[in-house]
Design a binder for this molecule. Structure first.
Ligand SMILES: [Zn+2]
Length: 458
């Protein structure tokens, strides 16, 4: 059971500095060997998968997804969310706690674990809220959340404005050995902004969400990480100033980290003005086919929090990923129903889906453009998030769980949101020609998704 021999792929395992054409032997759900000509070592009746021409890597981890369970399962649930993850090449996801009710107590953590075991097709890790009901006023029972198995705490979707409360949260997080994730947003600066504050917000008559609203909290977090020694992880960075702050802080050895999402390093605020404006202004540098992709101004699939920013910010995020300032890639997969998004831009909820497009967009913007190596990109989806969260994942070491992703970095395909495994279709990338695609996703040696019936019995 759950045994498989992957043959002839390019095996890239950044945790072990391994990058070579090799076979991977999986026995009983664990990695048994990685090397040349393993068919001699394998049991005779083992199933084989011809991975020639493909990349074989540790199962990808997305440490920032919203699966809306409990409470908002019309948008997504654990079954549909994990199906979308598997299709995107992800073997592990980390759920945010801003559900309804919020994941702010051990009982709700247990509920998610139970549902994930029953209905999830990939590993589901859970984060707990920092404050009760994510209200930013009173700390949640962090010790009992830790005991219940959360891998981090965060008020994602919201941001604790009271610095003293955030300091206490950092002290508890450190005491319990948990990283603290932060959605960096200064409410007094952002107020009711709906898009990046700049030329396009002025031209479109929409209220601005200034970069300083993010940078202010990144700076606060750097100071608190230094003060408390807690591990603070800044979520979905969007602004150039945030990258500069993080870079300087890391040079001083402060325990701070950051993540970036493909929409922030592919699109810009010009996209809110419609496809014509985007392709004419900031889209020229993208390696896709602009003429085939149209959307109108005020399309709410380009509304997310933090918002799409300027071309200069996009470039700074890419530079931060290239020089290692930002060590983690993730989707911030945030599904919403059509009827919620089909309203005026001001009234639509923030957020876009991303699990099925993030691998391709990361390859396109980082690897195909030669900004970073393939191994570096894979590290940002595997060993780096695993280390931050103390997960025993993200490697193909012998004895590790056989979570494996097989992908073709050069396969071109068109993403159609209507064909997504997610319950929601709110992707800004529907209709885009993408380059790079997962072809098989294995969790503990079990195929949870494959492009077609390439898995054959030898
Ligand atoms: Zn957030």
């Amino acid at each position: 059971m759950n045994s498989l021999l992957l043959t002839g792929g390019r095996v890239v395992d950044p945790a072990n500095h391994f990058d070579s054409i090799a076979d991977v032997l999986i026995l009983d759900g664990k990695i048994s060997a990685v090397g040349k000509n393993l068919s001699a070592k394998a049991p005779k009746e083992i199933e084989t998968f011809d991975a020639a021409g493909k990349i074989v890597c540790p199962g990808l981890i997305d440490l920032h997804v919203h699966f809306r369970e409990p409470g908002q399962t019309a948008k997504e649930n654990i079954a549909s969310g994990t199906a979308a993850a598997a299709r995107g090449g992800f073997t592990s996801v980390v759920c945010m706690p801003n559900t309804s009710p919020a994941i702010d107590n051990a009982g709700t953590v247990a509920l998610i674990h139970e549902r994930a075991a029953a209905e999830g097709v990939v590993n589901v890790f859970v984060t707990g809220a920092i404050t009760k009901n994510i209200a930013g006023e009173e700390l949640a029972p962090i010790g009992s959340l830790k005991k219940a198995g959360v891998v981090a705490i965060t008020d994602d979707g919201h941001c604790i404005q009271n610095n003293e409360l955030m300091r206490r949260a950092c002290e508890y997080a450190k005491m319990f050995g948990l990283p603290i994730f932060d959605h960096c947003q200064d409410y007094s600066l952002v107020t009711d902004g709906v898009m990046h504050e700049g030329y396009w917000s002025l031209a479109l008559g929409l209220r601005g969400w200034p970069s300083a609203g993010e940078e202010m909290i990144v700076a606060r977090n750097i100071l608190l990480a230094e003060l408390t020694g807690a591990k603070i992880h800044c979520q979905h960075l969007s602004a150039a100033g945030s990258v500069a702050l993080l870079r300087a802080a890391k040079k001083r050895g402060i325990s701070i980290s950051g993540e970036a999402c493909p929409h922030h390093f592919t699109l810009t605020d010009a996209a809110v003005a419609g496809s014509e404006k985007f392709w004419a202004n900031d889209g020229k540098s993208l390696n896709t086919q602009p003429s085939t992709i149209h959307w109108s101004a005020y399309d709410t699939n380009f509304k997310m929090n933090p918002p799409l920013r300027s071309a200069k910010d996009r470039e700074a995020i890419l530079e931060g990923l290239a020089d290692g300032t930002i060590e983690i890639l993730c989707s911030d997969h945030a599904p919403h129903c059509d009827y919620e998004k089909e309203v005026e831009f001001d009234y639509a909820p923030f957020g876009v889906t991303g699990l099925e497009t993030e691998l391709a967009l990361s390859l396109m913007q980082l690897v195909h453009t030669k900004r970073i190596s393939l191994a570096d990109m894979i590290a940002k989806f595997t060993v780096n998030p695993a280390r931050l969260l103390n997960l025993n994942k993200g490697t193909l070491s012998v004895g590790a769980d056989a979570d494996v992703t097989v992908f073709d970095p050069d396969q071109e395909w068109i993403f159609r949101a209507e064909n997504s495994a997610s319950k929601s279709k709110n992707s800004p990338f529907s209709g885009w020609r993408l380059k790079g695609k997962a072809v098989a996703t294995l969790v503990a040696g079990k195929k949870v998704w494959a492009e077609d019936s390439e898995l054959v019995v030898a």
